[in-house]
Each structure stands twice: as C-alpha cells, then as structure tokens.
Design a protein around this ligand. Structure first.
Ligand SMILES: Nc1nc2c([nH]c(=O)n2[C@H]2C[C@H](O)[C@@H](COP(=O)(O)OP(=O)(O)OP(=O)(O)O)O2)c(=O)[nH]1
Length: 128
C-alpha cells in the first residue's frame, strides 16, 4: 500500500483541482494535488514539498479528512487528504496537464481519479 497525500486547496469560495497529464498514470483524470510520502517524511511535510514541486505554491494546513484506500489492481494507495488554505505563490505546473479553480457545485462534474471520490463526498458534506 502506497501512502499518498493530497490537498483540498481553498481560496475564497473555490477549490483547486489538477488534471493528470497524458504521460502520467491515471491519464487525464482529475485529482487533488499531492504525492507519495517519501521515507522519513511526515504526511504534512510531504504535502508542502509536493505542492511546492508540482505547483510552486504555499498553503496553510487546516485539518485532515478521512483517508481513502483504493485498489487500482497493479497497486493500491492510501490517500490522505488535508484541507488547506492557499497562502502564496503563482501557480506554475511542473507535471500536470492543467488546473482549475472550481466552486463546490462544479466539483462533481469532472472525471475524478477513483480514490478521490469518497474524499470529495466528505468535503461536500462539510459546512464550509
Ligand atoms: N497526488 C495525487 N495522487 C493521486 C490522487 N488520487 C489518486 O488515485 N492518486 C494516485 C496517482 C498515483 O498513482 C499516486 C500518486 O503518485 P504521484 O502523483 O506522487 O506520482 P506519479 O504519478 O509520479 O507516480 P507514478 O504514477 O508514476 O507511479 O496516487 C490524488 O488526488 N492526488
């Protein structure tokens, strides 16, 4: 099981979502940005590192949501979500195809990586 962090990034009333590129696994699926936890790293430090590497942004962590385990067949992941506020940095994509800031209502309409679906559902039930 691979531990992966991801961030629900809030800015005003929008959430940042990123689309995986054609070259990546889960090609063209939408996800909450983040990545694999490296040896000796905490989930929080992984999240800050990945958001800087992949997007060039800094965030403030507010809280965690429930982890989502998903078996993709060739591998399985434990996806650990954090609710965060966007703080600073102009978005520069290192790997992703594209990104969007979406309102809560728009989040259901994109083609999510399967592991993200329970996380999205929990987020949509929160009163924020
Ligand atoms: N970062 C991120 N990864 C996710 C999400 N949902 C989901 O199934 N994943 C999967 C995709 C990848 O298999 C893995 C995260 O790997 P990664 O983004 O750090 O690495 P990667 O694509 O470079 O790795 P790989 O597929 O080439 O092995 O978790 C998500 O919301 N965010």
């Amino acid at each position: 099981m691979i531990d992966v962090t991801c961030a629900i990034i809030l800015w005003e009333d929008k959430v940042l979502v990123t689309q995986r590129s054609e070259k990546m696994s889960l090609s063209l699926k939408w996800e909450f940005p983040g990545g694999k936890i490296e040896r000796g790293e905490t989930a929080e430090s992984c999240l800050h590192r990945e958001l800087m590497e992949e997007l060039n942004i800094q965030v403030k962590i507010l809280r965690t949501l429930s982890p989502s385990s998903f078996d993709y067949g060739k591998f399985s992941i434990n996806l650990i979500p954090f609710l965060v506020n966007y703080l600073s940095g102009e978005i520069i994509l290192a790997e992703h195809e594209t990104y969007k800031w979406l309102s809560r209502n728009e989040l259901k309409d994109i083609d999510w990586a399967p592991a993200d679906v329970p996380i999205l559902e929990e987020f949509l039930k929160l009163n924020i």
